[in-house]
Design a protein around this ligand. Sequence first.
Ligand SMILES: *Cc1c(COP(=O)(O)O)cnc(C)c1O
Length: 441
Amino acid sequence: MAQHDPRRAIPRTDDLMRLPEVLKATQRLSVATVKARIRAAQDRARAGEITPDAVAGELIGSLEDHGASSLTPVLNATGIVVHTNLGRAPLSPAAQQAVTDATGYVDVEMDLDSGRRSKRGVGARQALLDACPAAEDALVVNNGAGALVLATTTFSFQREVVISRGEFVEIGAGFRLSDLMTSTGALLREVGTTNRTHLSDYTQAIGENTGCIFKVHPSNFRVSGFTSGVEISELSTVAQTAGVPLIVDVGSGLLHHDPEVPDEPDLRSALEAGADLVIASGDKLLGGPQAGLLLGRTEIIQKLAKHPLARAVRCDKLALAALEATLTGPEPPVPQYLHADPDRLRVRADRLAHLAAQAGHRDIGVVPHDGRVGGGGAPGVPLPGWAVALPETVAHTLRKGSPAVVGRVHDGACLVDLRCIPEHDDDRLATAVIAALDGLT
Ligand SMILES: *Cc1c(COP(=O)(O)O)cnc(C)c1O
């Protein structure tokens, strides 16, 4: 019986390692990685999912599919500018170059003049202060959530964070800002109701155990109707009287007001209105790398920087390099895509449809399509534009193609919106679209 067991025919690891394709892959991948792929293919045969004969082919396929990193670059044809599932903000060419330059040894904590140790992140700090002169000082940490935890624990460890009930935000994948705050020992003191919070709610809640007043921009939802909240300027007076800092989490990281997203708060306005500290994400509307930005009064930033937790949420050299270049270099893709000219988007969409028609796919239309800010920012704000409407069935082929193209599957169609495609990639996009349509017939 055992002699007929087909699993005995599964090729051995040593034999598979000697295949020319596998030997070639070991130039790109570590031996451990190649062996893990071999085991995966053998395991599939052991489980009866493939025949022993198919193991070598399966293995070679899995080695060809991937580079050393399994992250696949994609063309974002969804029209969603800050697409969380696609890595939020694409870096500007200047930021990409800065990241490449910082991959080796860099003077991130050394003054090359004196040869002595220097402060980490001085370049990014200065770039932030230049971009936002309303701030006296700035600190960069790993991400927005890290900035929030650092701020609340620094000012409200075992003390109360006074915060409106209408600002209890869940930011995605089940993460609640309130849980983040309490996780490091801050106590929440909720004031007001879901739809309305008044100045008196704050003043009544403030007492001996108040550590800070916290205002969160509810980035990803809107409460409309019978609502009211308290302005930063009013809260600032309350905070000053109580002798506690007013911390404002603006979320998206806009440096100053942008009429394209009129309700999105910005760092400068929040500081000018009287916030002592503002918090934002580096990879939302600022269009930079993942980072948490803290800007505000000097003594507040100093206190944050000295807290032991600051070390645990430290920003890495690649992000520091990218952030500085995002701020000092030419306009990054995110604001460009946010302000893309609808007429230009129409011309590009028409051209794509025309190229498809030339390739024999004559029934491809161009339809009005609203893009979105995404990343939890500016919910409901449409960004008018156009999309090429393809049959829904090509969506999968496009995603698995080379380059991978992610369109928006909606109402039985796969919509290809060019807003977030760099124009120099239009021809690659057209080639991918035509190949996917060819595959249908
Ligand atoms: C996105 C967001 C955060 C979290 O920032 P990350 O950079 O994603 O960690 C915190 N607060 C608000 C209001 C946000 O929108």
